[in-house]
Design a protein around this ligand. Sequence first.
Ligand code: FES
Ligand SMILES: [Fe+2]
Length: 435
Amino acid sequence: MLARQDGDIPWVDESRGVVSREIFFSEEIYQLELQRIFARTWLYIAHASEIPNPGDFVTRSMGDLPVIAIRADDGTVSVLLNSCRHRGVRVCRAHSGSVKNFVCPYHGWTYDQKGHLLTTAADKFLPPGTDFSQWGLVHAPRSDSYKELIFASLDPDAVDLVDYLGDFRWYLDIFFCRTPAGMQVMAPPQRYRVRTNWKTAAVNFGVDNQHVFTTHVGPFTVQPVTIPWPQRLKAMEEGVQIVAEDAHCVSLGFTQFEVPFALYPEEMRPLLAKVLSADQQKILSGLISGAGTLFPNLSFLERMIPSEKHGMGKTVILRLWQPISASEMEIISWCLIDREASPAYRERSLADGLRNFGVSGLFEQEDVELWATIADSSRSALAQRYPFSFMTAVPAMHAPATDFFGPGQAYRPVLTEVTQFRFLRYWNQMMTGDR
Ligand code: FES
Ligand SMILES: [Fe+2]
Protein backbone atom coordinates (compact mmCIF):
# COMPACT_ATOMS: atom_id res chain seq x y z
CA MET A 1 0.00 0.00 0.00
CA LEU A 2 1.32 3.42 -0.87
CA ALA A 3 -0.32 5.14 2.10
CA ARG A 4 1.89 3.83 4.89
CA GLN A 5 0.14 2.95 8.12
CA ASP A 6 1.59 2.58 11.58
CA GLY A 7 2.76 -1.00 11.86
CA ASP A 8 3.39 -1.42 8.10
CA ILE A 9 6.82 -2.72 7.24
CA PRO A 10 8.81 0.29 6.01
CA TRP A 11 10.12 0.02 2.46
CA VAL A 12 13.66 0.38 3.76
CA ASP A 13 14.33 0.07 7.50
CA GLU A 14 17.69 1.69 8.08
CA SER A 15 18.17 0.65 11.67
CA ARG A 16 17.46 -3.04 11.12
CA GLY A 17 18.85 -3.45 7.62
CA VAL A 18 15.63 -4.94 6.26
CA VAL A 19 13.62 -4.13 3.14
CA SER A 20 9.95 -4.72 2.37
CA ARG A 21 9.26 -7.39 -0.22
CA GLU A 22 6.58 -5.28 -1.89
CA ILE A 23 9.06 -2.89 -3.48
CA PHE A 24 10.07 -5.84 -5.68
CA PHE A 25 6.62 -6.58 -7.12
CA SER A 26 4.07 -3.81 -6.39
CA GLU A 27 2.63 -2.15 -9.52
CA GLU A 28 1.63 0.90 -7.46
CA ILE A 29 5.18 1.36 -6.26
CA TYR A 30 6.44 0.92 -9.82
CA GLN A 31 4.09 3.66 -11.05
CA LEU A 32 5.47 5.92 -8.33
CA GLU A 33 9.05 5.00 -9.35
CA LEU A 34 8.30 6.20 -12.87
CA GLN A 35 7.42 9.63 -11.47
CA ARG A 36 9.85 9.98 -8.62
CA ILE A 37 12.91 8.24 -10.03
CA PHE A 38 12.78 7.66 -13.77
CA ALA A 39 11.30 11.11 -14.49
CA ARG A 40 13.93 12.86 -12.34
CA THR A 41 17.34 11.21 -12.64
CA TRP A 42 19.73 10.96 -15.58
CA LEU A 43 19.11 7.75 -17.53
CA TYR A 44 21.55 5.92 -19.75
CA ILE A 45 20.62 5.92 -23.42
CA ALA A 46 23.49 4.63 -25.56
CA HIS A 47 27.22 4.46 -26.14
CA ALA A 48 28.41 6.92 -28.75
CA SER A 49 30.05 4.10 -30.70
CA GLU A 50 26.62 2.59 -31.36
CA ILE A 51 25.76 5.59 -33.53
CA PRO A 52 29.09 6.69 -35.01
CA ASN A 53 27.82 8.16 -38.31
CA PRO A 54 25.24 10.80 -39.30
CA GLY A 55 21.78 9.21 -39.46
CA ASP A 56 22.69 6.32 -37.12
CA PHE A 57 20.07 5.72 -34.46
CA VAL A 58 19.08 3.36 -31.67
CA THR A 59 15.74 3.09 -29.87
CA ARG A 60 15.63 2.85 -26.09
CA SER A 61 13.30 3.74 -23.21
CA MET A 62 13.36 6.29 -20.42
CA GLY A 63 11.17 4.70 -17.78
CA ASP A 64 8.07 3.84 -19.81
CA LEU A 65 8.75 6.39 -22.59
CA PRO A 66 10.14 5.07 -25.87
CA VAL A 67 12.91 7.30 -27.27
CA ILE A 68 15.20 7.49 -30.28
CA ALA A 69 18.83 8.57 -30.01
CA ILE A 70 20.06 9.77 -33.40
CA ARG A 71 23.21 11.44 -34.68
CA ALA A 72 22.65 14.29 -37.13
CA ASP A 73 24.87 15.47 -40.00
CA ASP A 74 26.58 18.00 -37.72
CA GLY A 75 27.59 15.19 -35.33
CA THR A 76 25.24 16.17 -32.51
CA VAL A 77 23.04 13.54 -30.86
CA SER A 78 19.34 14.16 -30.18
CA VAL A 79 17.20 12.11 -27.83
CA LEU A 80 13.65 12.26 -29.19
CA LEU A 81 10.38 10.90 -27.91
CA ASN A 82 9.47 8.06 -30.27
CA SER A 83 5.87 9.17 -30.69
CA CYS A 84 4.44 10.87 -33.75
CA ARG A 85 3.08 14.36 -33.14
CA HIS A 86 0.08 13.57 -35.36
CA ARG A 87 -1.56 10.68 -33.45
CA GLY A 88 1.17 9.20 -31.29
CA VAL A 89 2.24 6.20 -33.37
CA ARG A 90 5.73 4.92 -32.70
CA VAL A 91 7.62 6.57 -35.54
CA CYS A 92 10.66 4.32 -35.47
CA ARG A 93 10.05 0.57 -35.23
CA ALA A 94 13.62 -0.77 -35.33
CA HIS A 95 16.13 -1.29 -32.51
CA SER A 96 18.85 0.39 -34.56
CA GLY A 97 19.71 1.51 -38.08
CA SER A 98 20.60 4.51 -40.18
CA VAL A 99 18.15 6.95 -41.77
CA LYS A 100 18.00 10.26 -43.56
CA ASN A 101 14.53 11.02 -42.19
CA PHE A 102 11.90 9.24 -40.14
CA VAL A 103 8.60 8.66 -41.94
CA CYS A 104 5.73 7.78 -39.64
CA PRO A 105 4.16 4.54 -40.86
CA TYR A 106 0.59 5.71 -40.14
CA HIS A 107 -0.02 8.84 -42.29
CA GLY A 108 3.48 9.75 -43.39
CA TRP A 109 4.48 12.70 -41.23
CA THR A 110 8.22 13.00 -41.86
CA TYR A 111 10.89 14.23 -39.45
CA ASP A 112 14.57 14.99 -40.00
CA GLN A 113 17.52 13.78 -37.91
CA LYS A 114 16.91 16.49 -35.32
CA GLY A 115 13.20 15.75 -35.12
CA HIS A 116 12.03 18.76 -37.19
CA LEU A 117 8.80 18.14 -39.06
CA LEU A 118 9.43 18.29 -42.82
CA THR A 119 6.04 17.33 -44.22
CA THR A 120 2.70 15.92 -43.09
CA ALA A 121 2.01 14.40 -46.52
CA ALA A 122 -1.18 16.51 -46.48
CA ASP A 123 0.44 19.93 -46.21
CA LYS A 124 -1.83 21.58 -48.75
CA PHE A 125 -4.87 20.94 -46.57
CA LEU A 126 -3.38 22.52 -43.43
CA PRO A 127 -4.55 25.94 -42.30
CA PRO A 128 -2.47 28.65 -43.98
CA GLY A 129 0.58 29.66 -41.95
CA THR A 130 0.81 26.39 -39.95
CA ASP A 131 4.12 26.62 -38.10
CA PHE A 132 6.00 23.36 -38.70
CA SER A 133 8.62 24.31 -36.11
CA GLN A 134 5.97 23.71 -33.42
CA TRP A 135 5.27 20.17 -34.61
CA GLY A 136 8.61 18.39 -34.39
CA LEU A 137 9.31 15.25 -32.37
CA VAL A 138 9.60 16.07 -28.68
CA HIS A 139 13.16 16.28 -27.34
CA ALA A 140 14.11 14.84 -23.96
CA PRO A 141 14.41 17.98 -21.81
CA ARG A 142 18.10 17.27 -21.08
CA SER A 143 20.75 15.19 -22.80
CA ASP A 144 24.49 15.05 -22.35
CA SER A 145 27.35 12.59 -22.44
CA TYR A 146 30.36 11.61 -20.39
CA LYS A 147 33.27 9.78 -22.06
CA GLU A 148 30.95 8.56 -24.85
CA LEU A 149 28.26 7.38 -22.43
CA ILE A 150 25.11 9.21 -23.56
CA PHE A 151 22.46 10.07 -20.97
CA ALA A 152 19.19 11.99 -20.94
CA SER A 153 16.83 13.29 -18.29
CA LEU A 154 13.12 14.02 -18.38
CA ASP A 155 13.58 16.68 -15.71
CA PRO A 156 14.45 20.10 -17.16
CA ASP A 157 15.70 21.12 -13.71
CA ALA A 158 17.94 18.08 -13.17
CA VAL A 159 21.45 18.90 -11.95
CA ASP A 160 24.03 18.81 -14.72
CA LEU A 161 25.18 15.31 -15.71
CA VAL A 162 28.70 16.03 -14.54
CA ASP A 163 27.36 16.78 -11.06
CA TYR A 164 25.01 13.80 -11.08
CA LEU A 165 27.96 11.50 -11.78
CA GLY A 166 30.16 13.50 -9.39
CA ASP A 167 32.97 11.52 -7.80
CA PHE A 168 31.77 8.36 -9.51
CA ARG A 169 33.43 9.65 -12.69
CA TRP A 170 36.76 8.63 -11.21
CA TYR A 171 35.59 5.00 -11.27
CA LEU A 172 33.77 5.25 -14.60
CA ASP A 173 37.07 6.36 -16.17
CA ILE A 174 38.73 3.16 -14.98
CA PHE A 175 36.13 1.03 -16.74
CA PHE A 176 35.08 3.12 -19.74
CA CYS A 177 37.97 5.32 -20.78
CA ARG A 178 41.38 3.96 -19.90
CA THR A 179 43.27 4.14 -23.19
CA PRO A 180 43.86 7.16 -25.44
CA ALA A 181 41.28 6.06 -28.03
CA GLY A 182 38.58 5.10 -25.49
CA MET A 183 36.12 2.25 -25.81
CA GLN A 184 33.56 1.00 -28.26
CA VAL A 185 30.77 -1.54 -28.28
CA MET A 186 31.78 -4.76 -29.99
CA ALA A 187 28.35 -5.63 -31.38
CA PRO A 188 24.72 -4.62 -31.05
CA PRO A 189 23.40 -5.40 -27.57
CA GLN A 190 21.64 -8.61 -26.66
CA ARG A 191 18.12 -7.92 -25.37
CA TYR A 192 16.03 -10.32 -23.33
CA ARG A 193 13.27 -10.21 -20.76
CA VAL A 194 13.35 -11.58 -17.24
CA ARG A 195 10.41 -11.77 -14.89
CA THR A 196 11.88 -9.86 -12.00
CA ASN A 197 11.95 -6.32 -10.67
CA TRP A 198 14.70 -4.10 -12.11
CA LYS A 199 16.10 -3.33 -8.64
CA THR A 200 16.94 -7.00 -8.09
CA ALA A 201 19.51 -6.72 -10.85
CA ALA A 202 20.66 -3.22 -9.88
CA VAL A 203 21.60 -4.38 -6.38
CA ASN A 204 23.08 -7.64 -7.63
CA PHE A 205 25.60 -5.68 -9.71
CA GLY A 206 25.88 -2.95 -7.10
CA VAL A 207 27.20 -5.09 -5.45
CA ASP A 208 26.26 -8.61 -4.29
CA ASN A 209 29.59 -10.29 -3.75
CA GLN A 210 28.10 -12.83 -1.36
CA HIS A 211 26.20 -14.69 -4.08
CA VAL A 212 29.27 -15.35 -6.18
CA PHE A 213 30.45 -18.28 -4.09
CA THR A 214 27.12 -20.10 -4.07
CA THR A 215 25.25 -19.11 -7.25
CA HIS A 216 28.36 -19.34 -9.42
CA VAL A 217 30.27 -22.12 -7.76
CA GLY A 218 29.67 -24.27 -10.86
CA PRO A 219 31.52 -22.25 -13.50
CA PHE A 220 34.24 -21.32 -11.05
CA THR A 221 34.81 -25.03 -10.57
CA VAL A 222 34.80 -26.09 -14.20
CA GLN A 223 36.57 -23.14 -15.82
CA PRO A 224 40.35 -23.26 -15.87
CA VAL A 225 41.71 -21.11 -13.08
CA THR A 226 44.52 -18.90 -14.22
CA ILE A 227 44.65 -16.97 -10.98
CA PRO A 228 45.17 -19.18 -7.93
CA TRP A 229 42.52 -19.01 -5.23
CA PRO A 230 44.84 -17.52 -2.57
CA GLN A 231 45.47 -14.57 -4.90
CA ARG A 232 41.78 -14.19 -5.61
CA LEU A 233 40.94 -14.19 -1.94
CA LYS A 234 43.67 -11.64 -1.31
CA ALA A 235 42.02 -9.45 -3.95
CA MET A 236 38.73 -9.74 -2.09
CA GLU A 237 40.44 -8.75 1.17
CA GLU A 238 42.37 -5.85 -0.30
CA GLY A 239 39.45 -4.77 -2.43
CA VAL A 240 36.84 -2.19 -1.48
CA GLN A 241 33.20 -1.36 -2.05
CA ILE A 242 32.50 2.30 -2.67
CA VAL A 243 29.42 4.50 -2.62
CA ALA A 244 29.78 7.83 -4.43
CA GLU A 245 27.29 10.70 -4.39
CA ASP A 246 25.24 8.61 -1.91
CA ALA A 247 23.83 6.59 -4.78
CA HIS A 248 26.29 5.02 -7.21
CA CYS A 249 28.12 1.86 -6.13
CA VAL A 250 31.17 -0.09 -7.21
CA SER A 251 33.08 -3.06 -5.89
CA LEU A 252 36.75 -3.46 -6.78
CA GLY A 253 38.59 -6.71 -6.17
CA PHE A 254 42.23 -5.90 -6.81
CA THR A 255 45.66 -6.98 -5.73
CA GLN A 256 49.20 -6.37 -6.94
CA PHE A 257 50.84 -8.78 -9.37
CA GLU A 258 54.53 -9.00 -10.16
CA VAL A 259 53.88 -7.47 -13.57
CA PRO A 260 51.85 -4.23 -13.69
CA PHE A 261 48.57 -4.74 -15.60
CA ALA A 262 49.40 -8.43 -15.73
CA LEU A 263 45.86 -9.41 -16.63
CA TYR A 264 45.89 -7.34 -19.83
CA PRO A 265 47.42 -8.43 -23.11
CA GLU A 266 50.93 -7.13 -23.34
CA GLU A 267 50.24 -4.68 -26.16
CA MET A 268 47.60 -2.90 -24.05
CA ARG A 269 49.66 -2.31 -20.93
CA PRO A 270 51.54 0.87 -21.91
CA LEU A 271 48.29 2.43 -23.17
CA LEU A 272 46.51 1.97 -19.85
CA ALA A 273 49.27 3.78 -18.01
CA LYS A 274 48.98 6.73 -20.41
CA VAL A 275 45.48 7.77 -19.47
CA LEU A 276 44.92 7.00 -15.82
CA SER A 277 46.20 8.70 -12.68
CA ALA A 278 48.66 6.81 -10.47
CA ASP A 279 45.89 5.83 -8.05
CA GLN A 280 43.56 4.71 -10.84
CA GLN A 281 46.40 2.70 -12.33
CA LYS A 282 46.97 1.03 -9.00
CA ILE A 283 43.41 -0.31 -9.08
CA LEU A 284 43.28 -1.28 -12.73
CA SER A 285 46.74 -2.80 -12.66
CA GLY A 286 45.59 -5.46 -10.22
CA LEU A 287 41.88 -5.66 -10.99
CA ILE A 288 40.56 -9.21 -10.88
CA SER A 289 36.90 -8.27 -10.92
CA GLY A 290 34.94 -5.07 -10.66
CA ALA A 291 31.20 -4.45 -10.76
CA GLY A 292 28.98 -1.48 -10.10
CA THR A 293 25.65 0.26 -10.56
CA LEU A 294 25.08 3.85 -11.56
CA PHE A 295 21.77 4.89 -10.03
CA PRO A 296 19.19 3.95 -11.03
CA ASN A 297 19.48 1.21 -13.65
CA LEU A 298 22.87 1.08 -15.38
CA SER A 299 25.38 -1.53 -14.28
CA PHE A 300 28.77 -2.76 -15.42
CA LEU A 301 31.09 -5.65 -14.81
CA GLU A 302 34.68 -6.32 -15.69
CA ARG A 303 36.30 -9.63 -15.09
CA MET A 304 39.48 -11.32 -16.15
CA ILE A 305 39.13 -14.03 -18.74
CA PRO A 306 40.20 -17.35 -17.24
CA SER A 307 41.64 -18.98 -20.31
CA GLU A 308 44.71 -21.19 -20.15
CA LYS A 309 44.55 -21.72 -23.87
CA HIS A 310 44.41 -18.06 -24.88
CA GLY A 311 46.18 -16.34 -22.01
CA MET A 312 44.92 -13.30 -20.16
CA GLY A 313 42.36 -10.79 -21.24
CA LYS A 314 39.48 -8.72 -19.99
CA THR A 315 35.87 -8.36 -20.84
CA VAL A 316 33.71 -5.37 -19.96
CA ILE A 317 29.96 -5.87 -19.80
CA LEU A 318 27.55 -2.93 -19.72
CA ARG A 319 23.98 -3.51 -18.62
CA LEU A 320 20.75 -1.56 -18.73
CA TRP A 321 17.95 -2.92 -16.53
CA GLN A 322 14.96 -1.55 -18.41
CA PRO A 323 11.74 -1.91 -16.40
CA ILE A 324 8.71 -3.24 -18.25
CA SER A 325 6.49 -3.50 -15.17
CA ALA A 326 6.94 -4.02 -11.44
CA SER A 327 7.90 -7.64 -11.97
CA GLU A 328 9.47 -7.72 -15.42
CA MET A 329 12.46 -6.07 -17.04
CA GLU A 330 14.27 -6.12 -20.33
CA ILE A 331 18.00 -6.62 -20.02
CA ILE A 332 20.04 -4.78 -22.62
CA SER A 333 23.61 -6.05 -22.51
CA TRP A 334 26.69 -4.84 -24.37
CA CYS A 335 30.30 -6.06 -24.54
CA LEU A 336 32.80 -3.20 -24.76
CA ILE A 337 36.45 -3.18 -25.73
CA ASP A 338 39.29 -0.66 -25.85
CA ARG A 339 39.58 0.63 -29.43
CA GLU A 340 43.30 -0.22 -29.60
CA ALA A 341 42.71 -3.92 -28.81
CA SER A 342 44.14 -6.39 -31.33
CA PRO A 343 41.70 -8.49 -33.39
CA ALA A 344 42.70 -11.58 -31.39
CA TYR A 345 42.06 -9.91 -28.01
CA ARG A 346 38.80 -8.47 -29.29
CA GLU A 347 37.57 -11.87 -30.44
CA ARG A 348 38.58 -13.51 -27.15
CA SER A 349 36.91 -10.80 -25.12
CA LEU A 350 33.62 -10.93 -27.05
CA ALA A 351 33.53 -14.74 -26.94
CA ASP A 352 34.13 -14.70 -23.19
CA GLY A 353 31.55 -11.97 -22.60
CA LEU A 354 28.85 -13.84 -24.50
CA ARG A 355 29.78 -17.27 -23.17
CA ASN A 356 29.48 -16.13 -19.57
CA PHE A 357 27.20 -13.07 -19.56
CA GLY A 358 25.32 -13.33 -22.86
CA VAL A 359 21.65 -14.31 -22.86
CA SER A 360 22.58 -17.99 -22.65
CA GLY A 361 25.82 -17.38 -20.75
CA LEU A 362 26.84 -19.60 -17.88
CA PHE A 363 26.80 -16.96 -15.17
CA GLU A 364 23.82 -15.18 -16.69
CA GLN A 365 21.59 -18.24 -16.66
CA GLU A 366 22.43 -18.91 -13.06
CA ASP A 367 21.50 -15.38 -11.97
CA VAL A 368 18.32 -14.82 -13.94
CA GLU A 369 16.86 -18.23 -13.11
CA LEU A 370 17.04 -17.31 -9.42
CA TRP A 371 15.89 -13.71 -9.88
CA ALA A 372 12.78 -14.91 -11.73
CA THR A 373 11.50 -16.69 -8.61
CA ILE A 374 11.57 -13.66 -6.28
CA ALA A 375 8.42 -11.73 -7.18
CA ASP A 376 6.19 -14.80 -7.48
CA SER A 377 7.28 -16.19 -4.14
CA SER A 378 6.85 -12.83 -2.38
CA ARG A 379 3.33 -11.73 -3.36
CA SER A 380 1.30 -13.64 -0.80
CA ALA A 381 0.05 -11.81 2.28
CA LEU A 382 1.94 -14.27 4.44
CA ALA A 383 5.26 -13.72 2.65
CA GLN A 384 4.81 -9.95 2.81
CA ARG A 385 4.93 -10.01 6.58
CA TYR A 386 8.55 -11.09 6.38
CA PRO A 387 10.93 -8.50 4.91
CA PHE A 388 14.21 -9.20 3.13
CA SER A 389 17.50 -9.11 5.00
CA PHE A 390 20.35 -6.78 4.17
CA MET A 391 21.51 -7.03 7.77
CA THR A 392 25.22 -7.37 7.01
CA ALA A 393 25.00 -3.75 5.83
CA VAL A 394 24.24 -2.38 9.28
CA PRO A 395 27.56 -2.89 11.11
CA ALA A 396 29.46 -2.11 7.89
CA MET A 397 27.63 1.20 7.34
CA HIS A 398 28.94 2.48 10.64
CA ALA A 399 32.53 1.48 9.94
CA PRO A 400 33.68 2.92 6.61
CA ALA A 401 37.29 2.29 5.62
CA THR A 402 39.41 5.39 6.13
CA ASP A 403 42.57 4.24 4.39
CA PHE A 404 41.33 4.00 0.80
CA PHE A 405 42.77 6.51 -1.66
CA GLY A 406 39.81 6.81 -4.08
CA PRO A 407 36.86 9.23 -3.80
CA GLY A 408 33.53 8.33 -2.20
CA GLN A 409 32.85 6.31 0.92
CA ALA A 410 34.76 3.04 1.02
CA TYR A 411 33.98 -0.14 2.90
CA ARG A 412 35.96 -3.28 3.56
CA PRO A 413 35.69 -6.19 3.16
CA VAL A 414 33.76 -6.49 -0.08
CA LEU A 415 31.51 -9.25 1.25
CA THR A 416 28.91 -7.18 3.15
CA GLU A 417 25.65 -5.85 1.68
CA VAL A 418 26.50 -2.25 2.48
CA THR A 419 26.50 -0.79 -1.04
CA GLN A 420 23.31 -2.62 -1.98
CA PHE A 421 21.60 -1.22 1.08
CA ARG A 422 22.93 2.29 0.47
CA PHE A 423 21.50 2.06 -3.06
CA LEU A 424 18.08 1.11 -1.63
CA ARG A 425 18.31 3.82 1.01
CA TYR A 426 18.85 6.40 -1.72
CA TRP A 427 15.92 4.89 -3.68
CA ASN A 428 13.78 5.18 -0.55
CA GLN A 429 14.76 8.82 -0.02
CA MET A 430 13.74 9.68 -3.57
CA MET A 431 10.50 7.73 -3.25
CA THR A 432 9.46 9.26 0.05
CA GLY A 433 10.29 12.85 -0.89
CA ASP A 434 13.49 13.23 1.13
CA ARG A 435 15.34 13.98 -2.09
S1 FES B 1 0.25 9.08 -36.46
FE1 FES B 1 2.09 9.56 -37.45
S2 FES B 1 1.44 10.36 -39.33
FE2 FES B 1 -0.39 9.99 -38.29
FE1 LIG C 1 25.78 -13.35 -10.50
